[in-house]
Design a protein around this ligand. Structure first.
Ligand code: ATP
Ligand code: MG
Length: 321
């Protein structure tokens, strides 16, 4: 079976954006692929937080992913830092990329500005990301829209590396980026993407009181008419997207269903739907929580073998073994 690979940062609790943007998509393809999902704690460390429990959040994310419906036997979830081969491969790739290319990456420049200075991990992040991708000979990789430049870079590194050793050592997968319809925006600020590292999200683990409060307080507009127009009505359009995706219909259909409601009624309907869907996930989460360490351990053992084999193959070419 072909292999699907993706990553989720260990930077915070999973959000509705993560669920609708990527998890639902993986649920649809899990019968066609072997699924590998990496919880990226090394990547999260590029913006280090002193009192943040990376392991705890990693375990929570993993248990939640299974609770969303990913199958234990099909879907290998693991924590990045548990497989040291990622870092080792990143180092072996790093002579094939220049510092100036890395320091010109859009995301590096943006994050550097936010933090008022860059750091070495932030600078070399795309090299580690390339290593993540190539270590498992993935066929299909999904990443967020903000990662397109890093994918080009990964492809570039692979081509240079393969040319240098005159051998097809690194397999360039097919890259997909979730389409725009599945980009969930913030609740208070619907102009901005919902992110787990910014405090404007609906968490998959939010209880029904919190859901109600967050939806009721979410930003809308004063027109009180429900239709899809992200530029003019970002809040309502975001709600329409969420409602349509959760109820598995097209935005057009949802629009039609909801057109006679006012915002208050729409919000109540959305709250009900969210409670139903998230409630189910939360119930299954309780089942997975006590077993998650054990599941991750098994996954890691399995993936470690693949990673070691791949790395040994590469080291042989370099004459390191
Ligand atoms: P962070 O703020 O740490 O970057 P994040 O919420 O953006 O967290 P990531 O770990 O960067 O999450 O991304 C995990 C996956 O979730 C990616 O595939 C990304 O495309 C998807 N994703 C993240 N946020 C959204 C969103 N608001 N709408 C749709 N998909 C999203
Ligand atoms: Mg992100």
């Amino acid at each position: 079976q072909p292999c699907f690979f993706t990553g989720i940062q260990a930077s915070g609790t999973l959000t509705l954006g993560n669920y609708l943007g990527v998890i639902c998509h993986i649920l649809e393809i899990q019968d066609e692929y072997e699924i590998i999902i990496m919880i990226c704690d090394l990547h999260a460390l590029t913006i280090p937080k002193p009192n943040f429990n990376y392991r705890e959040i990693g375990h929570e994310i993993a248990a939640l992913l299974y609770a969303c419906g990913l199958k234990e036997e099909k879907c290998k979830i693991f924590i990045q830092s548990e497989i040291k081969e990622h870092v080792e491969l990143a180092y072996l790739l790093s002579p094939h990329i220049t510092v100036s290319v890395l320091s010109n990456m859009i995301q590096y420049k943006e994050k550097k500005r936010e933090q008022e200075s860059g750091n070495l991990a932030l600078l070399t992040y795309p090299v580690l990301m390339a290593a993540d991708i190539f270590l498992y000979d993935a066929d299909l990789v999904i990443v967020g829209q903000d990662q397109t430049q890093h994918l080009e870079l990964a492809t570039n590194i692979a081509q240079k590396f393969n040319n240098f050793y005159n051998k097809n050592l690194l397999k360039i997968p097919k890259f997909t980026i979730p389409h725009l319809g599945a980009k969930i925006m913030g609740l208070k600020n619907p102009q901005k993407k919902m992110s787990k590292s910014e405090n404007d999200f609906l968490a998959l683990l939010d209880d029904s009181q919190t859901i109600t409060k967050k939806i009721k307080e979410a930003e809308t507009d004063s027109e009180n008419k429900i239709y899809y127009d992200p530029a003019k009505k970002p809040g309502i359009s975001n709600f329409l997207t969420i409602y349509a995706l959760l109820s598995k219909q097209e935005i057009k259909e949802a629009e039609k269903e909801l057109q006679n409601l006012n915002y208050h009624q729409f919000k109540l309907k959305l709250i009900d739907l969210l409670n139903e869907k998230l409630g189910k996930i939360q119930k299954k989460y309780i089942d997975y929580q006590p077993r998650i360490k054990e599941i991750l351990k098994k996954n890691t053992e399995y993936l470690k073998i693949l990673a070691t084999q791949k790395l040994n193959l590469i080291k042989k070419e370099i004459k390191f073994n």
